[in-house]
Design a protein. Structure first.
Length: 263
């Protein structure tokens, strides 16, 4: 059953192991109000609580209601003074450090803080009508939650400067070419493409998926030597898991379908 917060809705499919979090401020193109930031964190926590209840939650899909992903920060709140650094960045860090893979399903506008939210997710899959960008330069500021840093890593610093300095709204195909988006599909194919990808991830060993997410994060935060040592240290305990034995059995027996339990 759906769970409603003030500005988000969360749903969980026990059959597939996929959770859905919908940003629900369609009249404001899902602009990031303080309440929406809080509800994103609360919604993700609620989805992960399924694991504490003994139900396997594997993947989360984040999308926006009303045909847009997120048009950025709620500029109306700026009249009350800019948000504090902690409030401004809290939901981005929460997504980045979330133990499960998070997929951003992107339609319509994905701008400013909305793009930073999408880039905080592990994957970004958009439709061909989507538009992305970092328009903060037009307000005399810069992206405040790492937008330039993230695009510099996903693409390169020159591309990041182009996107942030021009403030242009760019087509989704350009995002895929640059590596900002993982994939782009026709609007009527997006739902099926995201569902298929999410269910593929959900079918994999949960402990391995979580370890891979942490390893990829380490790659952006440490040197190569430290990252390789981290992977080696993480690899060893996974050899002793029941999921590893399931994978070995499935490899050896062609007709055996593994059931990974995160153990």
């Amino acid at each position: 059953m759906p769970t409603d917060f003030d500005t988000t809705t969360v749903e969980f499919d026990e059959e597939t192991g996929v959770g859905h979090l919908t940003l629900n401020r369609p009249d404001a193109m899902n602009a990031l109000s303080s309440q929406l930031r809080e509800d994103i964190v609360a919604g993700l926590r609620a989805l992960n609580d399924h694991n504490d209840d003994g139900v396997d939650m594997c993947v989360v899909v984040v999308e926006g209601a009303g045909g847009n992903f997120c048009a950025g920060a709620d500029i109306n709140e700026f009249s009350e003074g800019p948000p504090t650094t902690e409030v401004d960045r809290s939901h981005y860090r929460f997504i980045q450090e979330y133990p499960l893979p998070v997929i951003a399903k992107i339609r319509g506008y994905c701008l400013g803080g909305g793009l930073e939210t999408a880039m905080s997710c592990d994957f970004r899959i958009a439709d061909t009508d989507a538009r992305f960008g970092l328009p903060e330069v037009n307000l005399g500021i810069i992206p405040g939650a790492g937008g330039v840093q993230l695009i510099s890593r996903l693409a390169n610093p020159s591309v990041a400067k182009e996107i942030a300095m021009t403030g242009k709204h760019l087509p989704a195909e350009r995002g895929a070419e640059l590596g900002v988006f993982n994939d782009v599909h026709a609007p009527d194919e997006l739902d099926d493409a995201v569902d298929e990808f999410a269910e593929t991830l959900a079918s994999k060993p949960p402990l391995s998926i979580q370890a891979i997410k942490k390893s990829a994060m380490m790659a952006t935060q440490t040197g190569l030597r430290e990252g390789i040592e981290y992977d080696a240290d993480t690899f060893k305990p996974l050899l002793a898991t029941e999921d590893h034995q399931e994978g070995v059995r499935a490899f050896a027996e062609d007709d055996y379908e593994p059931e990974f339990q995160g153990k």
